[in-house]
Design a protein. Sequence first.
Length: 346
Amino acid sequence: MRSVSVVIPCYNYGRFLPDALSSVLDHQHGVDIRVLIIDDASNDGSDKIVATLANSDSRVEVSAHTSNFGPNATFNEGLLDWASGDYSLLISADDILTPGALKRATDLLDSHPNIGFVHGHTLKFGEGARLPKPRTNVRGWSVWPGQVWLEQRFRVPRNLIATPAVVVRTSLQKSIGGYDLRLPHAGDMEMWMRLAANADVGYLRGVDQAYIRFHGSNMSMSFTPLMDLRQRKLAYETILDHYGNRMADATGLSDIVRRKLSREALWLAARAYDQGQTKQTPVHELVGFALDCWPEAVGLPLFRTLRLRQQIGPRAMPYLQPFVLSAFANKTCRWSRRRFYDTHGI
């Protein structure tokens, strides 16, 4: 029977922890499970809940920090220093596995030794809401060559994989190292790309592997859109620094991701004017980020409409937005039509 090391970091999430632990210990048959709960110096009484849960099952161990290490250092303690199973799973104390998730993932890993990690779909639910009914019958799987999967991530520069839905080959995890301490927000995205640079990627089709709980104290809530953009940019730069020599077109992929992040920053700045949110949104920093990513962004229609919004001003723009965008769209359409006619000699 294959073994899985499950790491559950907890910082002030003690109230959620029983659900997470039960989903691991009570609903995952066909695998040998060991659990490490790491209390990262919680100050809300989570330590008492952790101790009670650990005493209730011999498969559970506890590491209690006397000072706060932060998420990535805590993850690395469990994944690099403690995990010894064939496979590893990192799940936050506020998330939940679906029944049978670990067996489904390890079956795919067992059958394809070239796969470094397996992931699947996740379901979302709000605090206090009933869990949606999960799909638990595998309808198939996909195996992506790591380099192909990695290049696709540059074309869609967002993290599309939730951590509790990922089961990793422990030997590979220890080989490539832990989470980058510079990336408290985008460390998981960088980790998936790093794994893919060294192994193939498996995906389980037609099933739900985990639940993501949304509540008022989600860690992701503390990161602004600008912080998110900066973290993603650093994640891609890190991958290019370490693995760019393995990519067929590292320069082209770098250009793609920079253009996409630049456009996203400009769109956020423009939306702030449309919604009358310029006081709450760091417009100048977003524009600076966009031009740093891709200086040629000054020639984009989106950049020109942003300048027009700035001329109109944040007070009037929410009311004039439909007229401004309509006029600009008509102008762009006429320009495109003229260019087509000139190009084709019409």
